[in-house]
Design a protein around this ligand. Sequence first.
Ligand SMILES: [Zn+2]
Length: 288
Amino acid sequence: MKKQRSNFLVNSVFIGIIFILLIFLKRMDYRVSELEKRDTVIEKVEIKEDLKPDRISSIPVVQKKPNFKGIIGIIIDDFGYRNDEVSDGFLKLNANLTYAVIPGHKYSTQFGERAVKNGYEVIVHMPMENLSNKGGEEKFVLSTFMDKNVIQDRVKTALNQIPSAIGMNNHQGSKASADQYVMSNVARVLKEKNLFFIDSRTTAETVAESTMEVFGVPTTRRNVFLDNDDNEEKILKQLKELTEKSEEWGRAVGIGHVKLKTLKILQKKIPELQRKGFKFEFVSKMLH
Ligand SMILES: [Zn+2]
């Protein structure tokens, strides 16, 4: 009799628990369906007028060009003394190129003007003293023994001869560009006239770039010489090095000269490199 009663009690408690569980589950189910309803309501609310698909498609999408490889700056040195099919050929290249004109030659002023008219950038190619004592441009060359007024006057005269110029780089100068005194006086004039200086780096001892930085003159340096050897294979090899550096660093500056082989190679290679994703840019856009 006692056992029957305790069985009845256990059963009642058991049924009671199941009953409570059922009620609990039912309520849970109700809450979930309520939440689902609210979610759908929220979704509906979020689709506002101004986000309709036609409006979304009108928002401009900025996309990085998929084949961008790097920026290449090319300076062509030694313009000024020739006015022929080679110098004319450079005025037909389809790229942003910088042409460096030596002051004091027959075509210096004229070539500078023609280059700017044809969409190129012009800088003065300033003659500077060389370790190997190469002569030339006696009225313009900057030497380490000169007084600061002479140096500054020569820089100003050179700039006056080529008024189209917006900057300067050095012609030769393995001695003068390593001289703080010479470069400081070049920097003073450039700062006053708001112009930039590109270090051609004709010597590892150069102080040109660091001196410009001290005086607040915008500057950068040459990374690769393209045609120190006037040999097609070597020029191609140097151009390859320039493109590799541009790809690795994002940008690089090369210097070539107004020579037939260099012209022919650039005529062929510039369009090829542009198709591959290299962008040719004026050195004035690559300064620090
Ligand atoms: Zn030169």
